[in-house]
Write a protein that binds this ligand. Sequence first.
Ligand SMILES: [Cu+2]
Length: 103
Amino acid sequence: MNRITATAVVLVSLAIVPLGCEQKPAAPAAETVKLGAPVEMTIPVKGMHCEGCEGAVCGKVEKIEGVTAVKASHVDEAVVVTAPPEQREAIEAAIKKLGYTVD
Ligand SMILES: [Cu+2]
């Protein structure tokens, strides 16, 4: 009886848990991992062709946890980010998700 009840509870809670969250796609462990000191990283990005693209990249990247500064340049084909090094993957993923190519 107890086992059946426990199974039912698990099934019900699985059904209630929302399936997706749009906000943090690429940083699953970011909240629990202690982030290191921010460093300046230059990420080569292809596909930006105007200031609108730069703004889109900046807007997205600056929302990532630990990011303290972002500067995107379509002329230099680069995004300069100041953030903890372990956030680099999440930053690159966010840029790729916008449709740009990270070298
Ligand atoms: Cu553009």
